[in-house]
Write a protein that binds this ligand. Structure first.
Ligand code: GLU
Length: 466
């Protein structure tokens, strides 16, 4: 059975890059009818934090990248790592090393001066040092001297590295805690991981990990190393580019379906199709279709995709999220029965839930002041007559529907012999506070009779004082 994993180190938030890795790994497991493991690589006690673990769990949950196994915490597996390290020592595949930091530093300086690649020189490899627990000894893996390591990467093709390029890496520190390459290998082996999908910053670790797996007599998984994500300036994506934890996208009013759709297109394509439902992603995903070159982050595209989902998701989903957002900003809509209509009127015109919420606030609460530009254009001395006429017309309107509202507006333009703009625009500014809204008759309908009349009077007052 196919088994993939996502193995983040909880040293920060779950960023775009990590979420994309998680998605690709998850997609492959779904596509193959396999399983997906969530493993928290928290052995670096200084840099790991509970907050980061929670951010990862929250992000995965929001994106609905559900795991079949886990979360497994590496910090709970120290005994197992110790056992394997002992096994490697017993078999002669690992050894104690007493080289001091100073000695290693001077070795490094010499190698650099001689323009050689810095590497451990194997000084303690054949000394047969033993530990009595009192000295500062690390444990190193005895990397083979001869031959080479070859693996077929699903994205990068066949990669071969000569063993002469690899030095004996440290697998246990002086305090006997295991290092990254050791824990990954033990976990991938114990958890029967068949496919390792991860960022290509780990390509260089792969031959080392394969050698350890071989020493343990384990099967090697297959690998797919994902090209990195760049910011729009061509540099590696980082916080400078506004790359934030995925939950920030939730806070900013993005939809998880859209974020997933955006992430899947970061480095994977299927013809020129842009919009993929989850079911389609699973059906069409193939490791071989992952692009070899780096992907570039593009906020405009994320907004565009989000807008597509704002329009296509069931209205009830969007309304639910808008209500949630209104609650966050403490606007009470409990008694408003029009919210479905209002949200539906607006969802074509905005990119995010937050934008939508901002645009419809005037439906639920009085605005403090008119948008200055809108008032300058829309509420002028010559708006007084149209506003008064509208007020009279609306007063006597018994049937508060867009069609009848439209007829009143129409009648006012005819009576005053002015264009639609001279009536519609003052009305729009009067009732919304700004100059953009869906068709004015529909807008007035959802605002309701009482509020509309009240706001027209407020505008008449404003214009009278000009
Ligand atoms: N914990 C590693 C990281 O966050 C990933 C390890 C792996 O996928 O093999 O970079």
């Amino acid at each position: 059975m196919i088994k993939t994993r996502f193995a983040p180190s909880p040293t920060g938030l779950l960023h775009v890059g990590g979420a994309r890795t998680a998605l690709f790994s998850w997609l492959y497991s779904q596509k193959m009818g396999g399983e997906f493991v969530l493993r928290i690589e928290d052995t670096d006690l200084e840099r790991s934090s509970k907050v980061s673990v929670q951010a990862i769990l929250d992000g995965m949950k929001w994106l609905k990248l559900d795991h079949d196994e886990g979360p497994i915490y590496q910090t709970q597996r120290f005994d197992r790592y110790k056992e394997i390290i002992q096994q490697l020592l017993d078999k002669g595949d690992a050894y104690y090393c007493a080289c001091s930091k100073e000695k290693l530093e001077s070795l490094r300086d010499q190698q650099m001066a001689a323009k050689q690649k810095p590497r451990y020189d194997g000084c303690c490899r054949d000394l047969g040092l033993l530990s009595d627990g009192t000295q500062d000894l690390v444990i190193r893996f005895k990397n083979p001297h001869q031959g080479s390591v070859t693996f077929k990467d699903h994205v990068k093709g066949t990669i071969t590295v000569s063993n002469s390029e690899l030095d004996d890496l440290i697998i246990a520190r002086t305090d006997s805690t295991p290092t990254y390459n050791l824990t990954v290998v033990v976990d991938d082996m114990d958890m029967n991981i068949t496919h390792v999908v991860r960022g290509d910053d780990h390509v260089n670790n792969t031959p080392r990990q394969i050698n350890i797996l071989k020493a343990l007599g384990a099967d090697c998984p297959e690998y797919a190393h994902l090209p990195m994500i760049l910011g729009d300036d061509g540099k590696r994506l980082s916080k400078r580019h506004g790359a934030v934890g995925v939950m920030q996208y939730f806070d900013d009013g993005y939809l998880p379906e859209a974020v997933l759709n955006y992430l899947v297109r970061l480095g994977w394509s299927h013809g020129d199709q842009e919009i993929f439902s989850i079911a389609e992603m699973i059906e069409l995903f193939a490791l071989e279709d992952i692009n070899k070159s780096a992907a570039a982050f593009n906020t405009d595209k994320l907004n565009w995709i989000n807008q597509q989902y704002m329009m296509s998701l069931p209205l009830s989903n969007i309304v639910g999220l808008v209500k949630q957002r209104l609650k966050v900003i403490k606007v009470d809509v409990a008694n408003n029965t029009n919210i479905d209509t209002i949200v539906d009127l607006y969802r074509q015109r905005v990119s995010t839930i937050n934008e939508l919420t901002e645009s419809i606030l005037y439906c639920f609460k009085e605005f403090d002041e008119y948008d200055a530009k809108a008032a300058k254009k829309g509420l002028r001395a010559d708006s007084l007559e149209p506003l008064k006429s509208l007020s009279e017309g609306f007063e006597s309107l018994t049937d508060w529907r867009a069609e009848s509202i439209h007829q009143i507006i129409q009648a006012v333009t005819e009576r005053l012999d002015v264009g639609m703009g001279k009536v519609g625009q003052p009305l729009r500014v009067a009732v919304t506070g700004g100059s953009f809204s869906p068709p004015i008759d529909q807008t007035v309908e959802v605002i309701g009779r009482t509020q509309t009349l009240k706001r027209i009077l407020r505008a008449i007052d404003y214009v009278s004082k000009l």
